[in-house]
Design a protein around this ligand. Structure first.
Ligand code: ADP
Length: 457
């Protein structure tokens, strides 16, 4: 397993690297800028001084020249160690003042030959003393000036040293702050983690604490809470379903067992045994119908695979379903009326849609007394098709209108009517599998309308 590095430490490192890069770039930039400025400042001071002396030299004013030299040396910052030297045409030193008297420096060959008038050169004087030395032709000879550059360079070095010495402290402070800030803003995550550890199938009541700040972590906590609530509802539904299923299966199974026990207790003749077996077979079929319906519910809940979809003409599909139930309606003396019109195409699975409408029509006929009417109609809308199955039956009380879609729920004493209570939940899932919905409207004693809304093609 990889060693665990906490997010706090990761962020501390990231902040530190970010600061290191920023300060280094900024430091190098500042240092080079200051160094460049310093160099040009030193050059400027020297050029001014040397040119002023050279002007007097060229003008043949030895007194003014000497005075300019003395004044320059006296008025300049002593740290700059200004120095002057005068040379004759052959490059022999005539007189030197200031630093050039202490550290005489020969004229550059280029200047002597009259080729190079370019200005100052950096020269090491004595041991490790950086001077900027400049010589210009000032007929009849040459004027040389020198300036100590360390005071200028020192500024740039000071700035560089400040950066270098403060950097480790800055990095340490940033790492510490980064760690503390990351820890602070990640505290809700630790709480989420702790709560999530407690949550299990048996304990879905707990919720992750939210701070109400509305930030990303708070949003995540709210989303997780919604998810836990959804899972809680599914778990509850699954528990209720398995409890009801066990109950539904237990009653007929008990009856079956007692019948078999009674039958086995005494010797029976062949006719009696055949009758008992026939009754047993009917009960087993009832049980197998319940199990089959439970499997259908699970299948329809899983939804429709894309390859199961093909264009289905609802109008002719409903005609087939109605034709199938016509004998049953006739037997129950229920009038079956349709208003189906031209073909209406929807994407779906014909057998699933057949089952959906068969369930609804079966109920409508089953719960409508003789002499009543059941109507099947199609309404075309812009982006949907609405199928209504309206009956003039006994109706459904308002308090049962939502519950009839729950597995195994049957209204009042109508549990006597054949059925398991899975037809409507299956039908609703079949409608949903087609991207549609199943709704009901009913008035007890007047009738019920089931409405299937399917998206059009
Ligand atoms: P069942 O197998 O009992 O018919 P369903 O899920 O199809 O199960 O229906 C659930 C209950 O809803 C039924 O037991 C019945 O009480 C009620 N119901 C369904 N359709 C109608 C209807 N058209 N008119 C009156 N009651 C209905």
């Amino acid at each position: 397993m990889k060693p665990r590095v906490s997010i706090g430490v990761q962020w501390a490192l990231r902040y530190t690297v970010a600061l290191l890069v920023t300060v280094s770039v900024f430091g190098v930039f500042t240092y080079t800028q200051i160094a460049r400025r310093t160099e040009s400042d030193a050059r400027l001071v020297l050029e001014l001084q040397v040119n002023e002396v050279a002007v007097h030299a060229a003008a043949g004013e030895p007194d003014a020249m000497a005075e300019t030299i003395e004044r320059g040396i006296a008025s300049a910052d002593p740290e700059l160690k200004l120095g002057f030297a005068l040379f004759d045409t052959d490059g022999n030193l005539i007189v030197a003042r200031g630093s050039l008297a202490l550290y005489p420096t020969p004229l550059p060959e280029g200047v002597l030959a009259g080729e190079d008038q370019s200005g100052a050169d950096q020269v090491e004087v004595g041991e490790n003393y950086p001077y900027l030395v400049m010589a210009v032709r000032a007929p009849p000879g040459f004027v040389q000036g020198a300036i100590y550059t360390r005071p200028f360079v020192r500024n740039a070095r000071d700035v560089r040293d400040i950066y270098l010495y403060s950097l480790p402290v800055l990095l340490l402070v940033t790492a510490g702050l980064g760690y503390a800030l990351a820890r602070g803003s990640l505290r809700p995550l630790a709480e989420m983690n702790a709560t999530a550890r407690h949550i299990s199938g048996a304990n879905l009541e707990e919720r992750i604490p939210t701070t109400g700040s509305g930030d990303e972590l708070d949003e995540l906590a709210a989303t997780l809470n919604e998810m836990i609530a959804r899972i809680g509802r599914s778990v509850q539904r699954a528990r209720r379903f398995s409890g009801n299923a066990a109950h539904e299966l237990r009653t007929p199974l008990n009856a079956l067992r007692s019948r078999l026990e009674v039958t086995l207790e005494q010797p029976r003749d062949a006719e009696e045994a055949r009758k008992a077996l026939a009754e047993t077979a009917a009960e087993v079929e009832g049980l197998s119908n319940i199990v089959h319906a439970m499997m259908r519910l699970a299948q329809s809940e899983a939804g429709l695979a894309p390859e199961q979809r093909s264009p289905v003409d609802l109008s002719s599909l409903l005609r087939e379903v109605v034709a199938f139930f016509a004998p049953l309606a006739e037997e129950a003396e229920v009038e079956l009326v349709t208003e189906l019109g031209d073909p209406v195409w929807v994407p779906g699975d014909p057998s699933w849609l057949h089952e959906l409408f068969a369930n609804l029509l079966d109920n409508a006929i089953k719960y409508t007394p003789g002499g009543g009417r059941v109507e099947v109609t199609i309404e075309r809308q812009v982006d949907a098709v609405i199928i209504r199955i309206r009956d003039e039956g006994i109706g459904i009380p308002p308090e049962d209108l939502t519950r009839i879609f729950e597995p195994f729920h049957r209204v009042g004493d109508r549990s006597m009517a054949p059925g398991v209570g899975l037809g409507l939940p299956i039908s609703r899932e079949l409608a949903r599998a087609h991207g549609g919905e199943l709704q009901v409207e009913s008035r007890p004693g007047e009738g019920t309308t089931f409405l299937v809304r399917l998206p059009g093609s």
